[in-house]
Design a protein around this ligand. Structure first.
Ligand SMILES: [Fe+2]
Length: 254
């Protein structure tokens, strides 16, 4: 498996607290069957700024440590970029990282709403050949309440990534329900861990994929798994028309 969103680098944000924790996380990833992780420290979220050059240095340094400790995990640079007013200017001047130097960029919205400029960012990035991947839309209040809005962003050229812990129910039933509804509606293209540490927020990708397969079907789970592989191979990800599924109100997973 490939994980396209994780906070494994030490000292940069609210992810791994130190090198020891980064190494523990890497060992856990390998045990789960993860071969490669794109390290995506927070950027421009009001709390953390992680310049592209700093992320590259941190990835190279942790990769050296993984090799020294014989942990067979490949790391790639990325950023989880909060939408902000200078996003397009910073992209144009080369200040932002895509995921693993591909043409895909991880874009995070604040949890309460969708920024008014979101469509403009997605559109302008796509004109320059970049696809925005919306991080965990199931945790965004506006998108959770309006899957149509997410469908509009996808039709404008974005893709979307659900977080493993949302699917497993670790963030509560409401978020789990949103996550599954979005997956069933073909609004989700990736499952990623957004792992922050070894205890409260480890990877849980294996568990998330099992649950997704059970609740949304093998095809949906397989597509999400394969899309991460396509991304890392710099291959294009096939467009799938969103199909808004009916919400399941009467029963729900354990
Ligand atoms: Fe994240």
């Amino acid at each position: 498996m490939i994980d396209i969103h994780a906070h494994v680098l030490p000292f940069l944000d609210d992810g791994a607290a130190d090198l020891h924790e980064s190494l523990e996380m890497a060992r856990m990833a390998v045990l789960e069957g993860i071969q490669a992780v794109i390290a995506t420290p927070h950027h421009a979220n009001g709390q953390f700024d992680n310049a592209a050059s700093d992320v590259r240095k941190a990835v190279a340094s942790l990769q050296d440590e993984l090799e020294a400790h014989r942990i067979p995990l490949r790391l790639y640079p990325g950023q989880e970029i909060r939408g902000y007013s200078e996003l397009l200017q910073d992209w144009e001047r080369g200040a932002l990282l895509t995921l693993a130097d591909t043409s895909y960029l991880l874009l995070e919205f604040p949890s309460g709403q969708v920024p008014t400029k979101a469509l403009e960012w997605i559109h302008e990035l796509s004109i320059s050949g970049i696809t925005a991947i919306i991080a965990h839309p199931e945790r965004n209040k506006e998108l959770a309440g309006s899957p149509d809005t997410l469908a509009g962003l996808i039709e404008a050229g974005a893709l979307a990534q659900v977080t493993s812990h949302s699917l497993t129910g670790a963030f509560g039933r409401s978020i789990q329900k949103n996550a599954l509804h979005m997956c069933r509606s073909r609004l989700i293209h990736f499952v990623a861990s957004d792992a922050h540490n070894v205890k409260q927020r480890p990877f849980a990708l294996q568990e998330a994929f099992s649950l997704l397969k059970k609740e949304a079907g093998k095809e949906v789970a397989d597509i999400c798994r394969e899309n991460a592989e396509l991304l890392l191979s710099k291959e294009s990800i096939p467009y799938r028309q969103p199909q808004l599924a009916k919400k399941r109100w009467s029963f729900f997973v354990k």
